[in-house]
Design a protein around this ligand. Structure first.
Ligand code: NAD
Length: 478
């Protein structure tokens, strides 16, 4: 059975802990490889390598840094098929999705920040007898911790700006889906990334993630994952005054007014509800529909969802693959049971599925639930699976109350052809991202992140480069 390695100081190495975690293929529910469960010792060795590499990398010209990042992007695209298949096997997502979205976006992350760093500038402030200029210097050794839902996509979204800005990095991918991060380490070696600049330490949250958060020499942590773990990291890192960027959970509203472009809304709502098995932090899991079109929407939405094919991720016809892990599969099913207890009516789905030849895989039918109050647990807690609720509303004020009622505030979607209403709603909704008449349309220059319990700080564009640099004011008197 394949055993993955850590990538430390430019080499692929076994963990000092000698411990491994089983890696599952969600499509089959069986073990297919093992990933290191590293320890504090491995984090320490990575830290030494990263500290040693830092001065040279920080002083490497931005053109040279950009060239290496572009080379990594080229190699990711040259390995598109292989990486897409690996991502699908590790995560359960359809190969077609990994090939169209996850892997190209991972390459785009490197390419985007390779370009962005050449355009990054700092401020200067003139006084009558002096000038101030702001130096933006890399922080040093920084840590990145990422989740399983978009494995290589989110892993590289953090690494690329950190490296572009001149930091050296200790990166921990999710132990549930580490395969493409491992393959990326081979790509980095091939691309000629100097040793120690990027170190990938595999392992679980307690043995590696928590050790990184409390390590005094890791000066910043960029985290994406659940709100619970974000809180743990903040508790440990905040007293050390580490820089923190936390991208956390969501419970996003999808608000549909009667005057929307109906067909476009319907097609997009299928994606925003169930893409990646509903395991995207931006998915709209609470669907609020204006009362006058509620019944029509319900009928059309259920009919379209019933046409989605749930099946093995490597089959071309599959729309919805497997849920990432057994614990997560059980969690999603438990929320469906909770919804029933809370009085919800299952309009479609609501059960697990066992495709022929993949009977032990973790599949859940796309599920639509109606009849729930906006503030019941099903509508307040993050489920993060192929489960949505639909609810009618009558006025803007009412739907704003519903939409803003959760502890989360990541993204929201509004469907209306009335531009004044769209702007009014966008101003009043509590989320870091608002999509109007679209969903998951991304320009990598824009600030990305959430409010309330969904996040602290912003990723994307120059925001990420600002996070990964420390501003220093230099004042010169004439
Ligand atoms: P998770 O919080 O369980 O794990 C995320 C990462 O943190 C993993 O690498 C894990 O090993 C690590 N970790 C676990 N315990 C830790 C600890 N005590 N200290 C340090 N690190 C620790 O999240 P998950 O289940 O992998 O991912 C799903 C969650 O991620 C959902 O809540 C989803 O909304 C969120 N998410 C948010 C965004 C965003 O941009 N806001 C994007 C994707 C996913």
């Amino acid at each position: 059975m394949q055993k993955l390695s850590n990538y430390i100081d430019g080499k692929l190495v076994a963990p000092k802990s000698k411990k491994y975690i089983d890696l599952f293929n969600p499509a089959k529910g069986s073990v297919y490889a093992q990933v290191p469960n590293s320890s504090m010792k491995d984090v320490d060795i990575a830290l030494k390598a990263a500290s040693k590499a830092f001065p040279n990398w920080a002083n490497t010209s931005i053109n040279r840094r950009a060239k290496i990042l572009n080379k990594i992007a080229d190699l990711i695209m040259a390995n598109l098929d292989r990486l897409a298949k690996a991502e699908s096997k590790d995560n359960g997502k359809p190969v077609s999705l990994a090939k169209a979205v996850d892997i190209p976006r991972s390459a785009a992350n490197f390419r985007f920040f390779a370009h962005a760093i050449t355009q990054f500038s700092s401020e200067s402030h003139e006084m009558t007898d002096a000038i101030n200029y702001t130096l933006r210097q890399p922080i040093g050794v920084v840590g990145t911790i990422s989740p399983w839902n978009l494995p290589l996509y989110l892993f590289t979204w953090k690494i690329a700006p950190a490296l572009a800005a001149g930091n050296t990095v200790i990166a921990k991918p999710s132990e549930v889906t580490p395969m493409t991060a491992f393959l990326l380490s081979e790509i980095c070696i091939e691309a000629g990334l100097p040793k120690g600049v990027l170190n990938i330490v595999h392992g679980d949250g307690i043995n590696v993630g928590a050790e990184m958060s409390k390590h005094p020499k890791i000066k910043a942590i960029s985290f994406t994952g659940s709100t619970r773990v974000g809180q743990e990291i903040a508790k440990v890192a905040a007293p050390m005054f580490k820089k923190l960027s936390l991208e956390m959970g969501g419970k996003n509203p999808n608000i549909i007014f009667a005057d929307c472009n109906y067909e476009k809304m319907l097609d997009t709502t299928i994606r925003s509800s169930f893409a990646n098995q509903g395991q995207i932090c931006l998915c709209g899991s609470r669907i609020f529909v204006e009362k006058s079109i509620f019944n029509k929407f319900k009928k059309d939405f259920v009919a379209k969802v019933n046409k989605l094919i749930v099946g093995p991720p490597n089959k071309k016809t599959t729309n919805i693959g497997a849920i990432v892990s057994k614990p997560h599969y059980e969690k999603v099913l438990s929320y469906i049971e909770l919804a029933k207890k809370e009085g919800g009516k299952i309009l479609t789905g609501g059960k697990s599925i066992h495709p022929k030849g993949h009977e032990n895989g973790w599949y859940i039918a796309p599920t639509i639930i109606e009849g729930l109050d906006y503030n019941c647990r099903t509508n307040q807690e993050e489920i993060f699976g192929p489960v949505v609720t639909i609810m009618p509303f009558t006025t803007e004020e009412e739907v704003l109350t519903f939409a803003n009622s959760t502890e989360y505030g990541l993204a929201s979607t509004i469907w209306t052809e009335n531009i004044s209403r769209a702007n009014r709603m966008a101003k009043q909704i509590h989320s870091g991202i608002v999509w109007i008449n679209t969903w998951m349309m991304r320009d990598l220059r824009t600030p990305f992140g959430g409010v309330k319990n969904s996040g602290v700080g912003r990723e994307g564009g120059f925001e990420a480069l600002r996070f990964f640099t420390e501003p220093k004011n230099v004042c010169i008197q004439f």
